[in-house]
Design a protein. Structure first.
Length: 92
């Protein structure tokens, strides 16, 4: 044809901007004609986020939960340490 089509760009991660592996570069009009199995990868957030971004989110959520557990344990230790001191005050 005389008119050249625009070149497609590779899809990118919404978080990091990395190129998404395993997904073909297509123009938006052609993307609907690509088979559904080629439009994403078999992973949580596959086709939207890169694997590294998903891994970072999982690790961050895990560390936040661990921090909550550590805070709770420290609070229990502090409260346990304060209780014996209050009982020893009553001397006659």
């Amino acid at each position: 044809s005389l008119v050249k089509k625009k070149l497609p760009k590779k899809p990118r991660c919404g978080d990091s901007g990395r190129v998404l592996n395993g997904i073909p570069a297509t123009r938006p009009a052609d993307a609907g004609r690509v088979p559904k199995s080629h439009r994403s990868v078999s992973r949580a957030y596959g086709g939207c986020l890169s694997g590294k971004s998903v891994r970072d989110r999982i690790v961050r959520a895990f560390l936040i939960e661990e921090q909550k557990c550590v805070k709770q344990v420290l609070a229990e230790k502090m409260s346990a340490a304060k209780e014996p001191k209050t009982k020893k005050k009553g001397k006659h």
